[in-house]
Design a protein around this ligand. Structure first.
Ligand SMILES: [Zn+2]
Length: 358
């Protein structure tokens, strides 16, 4: 039984080899015929019909017509077909080639932006880490000069083209159409930790980074006395949202009557508790808590502040009262959660339902 199987196996092997040889012979024959046809076409003298037609024919490429000699062998299986090139399906990281600028003494974002004919907003968009203290540029710092107005966005795990388009309120097609982003049809896969240029995007008006007003060790690292739980509670009793999270407004606004209590969303250290002056006027009276775990929460437009920088607070503790200070039309709280300076959607962290009052 086993021997019989082997015999058929070998026979089929021989048949395949013989078949392959026949195919090669047939292909050789076909190529020979093709060569003959081409030779005939090249040596044929064109019959002039008219001068115009003759001139026209000189500019045309003469393509010999292939006449198959008999029927061609057809390969029915795919053993000889090339394997799909895996490179075609590999995700390519973006391939940017940015112009860089080294900050010289006395330069401001406006001066540098002017030199390159871009807006100050685009300068910040290309260097989002700058937003921190944009009026105190460090001499020697290297700045990315984006070739188009927009934002240089660092891709985070779980993000999609759609979610990024939504975040910055720009069409997804604009992100795809920007060639150096290397987004390939049909998957448009993103590579985490790489950077995409988001044409037409803006980082928005809220980009203040609070100083870390806590004790530091010899290496200058903050020494946190308390650490957040990693969970977040609503900062006010209301659940009526007047503005949702997006790139221009990386926060939620919760409607609240003037003077309502504001609670610490998580345990942390107060790093800012003051009227946000100058560029950060928009926030009005602002409290920032640093949770010591890479997260911060921002509470803006307050009528009064009940904590001081350096103070530690526990989750749920009363820290101030809602108001209408800064750029605000009506009493509400502007609430941000930041994960290592990136403003995340607070609704992704807060439990329970809410009402759309926008
Ligand atoms: Zn707001």
């Amino acid at each position: 039984m086993v021997n019989e199987q082997r015999f058929w196996h070998r026979l089929s092997g021989h048949l395949i080899l013989a078949g392959g040889a026949l195919i090669l012979i047939a292909l050789g024959q076909f190529q020979w015929n093709t060569a003959e046809t081409e030779l005939a076409a090249a040596t044929a003298v064109p019959t002039p019909v008219s001068l115009a037609a003759d001139l026209l024919s000189q500019t045309e490429i003469v393509t010999p017509t292939l006449v198959p000699q008999g029927s061609l062998p057809v390969i029915n299986d795919d053993t000889l077909a090339p394997l799909p090139n895996p490179h075609t399906y590999q995700t390519k990281p973006p391939d940017h080639n940015f112009q860089m600028h080294e900050v010289a003494r006395g330069e401001t974002p406006n001066i540098i932006a002017g030199q390159y004919g871009i807006s100050a907003d685009t300068l910040l968009g290309g260097n989002t880490w700058l937003s921190q203290e944009s009026n105190q540029l460090q001499v020697g710092a290297q700045l990315v000069i984006l070739p188009v107005n927009g934002v240089l966005h660092k891709v985070r795990a779980g993000e999609t083209i759609e979610s990024i388009a939504e975040l910055y309120q720009v069409p997804a097609d604009d992100i795809i159409a920007y060639a150096p982003n290397n987004l390939e049809f049909p998957f448009y896969r993103l590579v985490p930790e790489t950077e995409l240029v988001i044409p037409g995007a803006s980082i928005g008006q809220f980009f203040f980074t609070a100083p870390k007003s806590v004790a530091t060790n010899a290496a200058g690292e903050p020494q946190w006395k308390v650490f957040g739980t990693g969970t977040y509670i609503w900062p006010v009793n209301g659940r009526c949202l007047t503005q949702f999270y997006n790139g221009f407004h990386p926060a939620i606004d919760v409607s609240s009557s003037e003077g309502s209590p504001v609670y610490a969303s998580d345990t942390g250290t107060v790093t800012y508790a003051s009227f946000a002056a100058g560029t950060y006027y928009d926030y009005g009276n602002l409290i920032v808590l640093n949770h010591g775990n890479g997260f911060e929460t921002f509470y803006a437009h307050l009528s009064s502040i009940g904590v001081f920088p350096g103070q530690t607070v526990t989750q749920g503790e009363l820290i101030g009262f809602t108001g209408n200070t800064g750029r605000s039309s009506g009493p509400h709280i502007h609430f941000e959660i930041r994960d290592r300076d990136f403003r995340i959607n607070p609704l992704d962290r807060l439990g329970g339902g809410y009402q759309d009052c926008s």
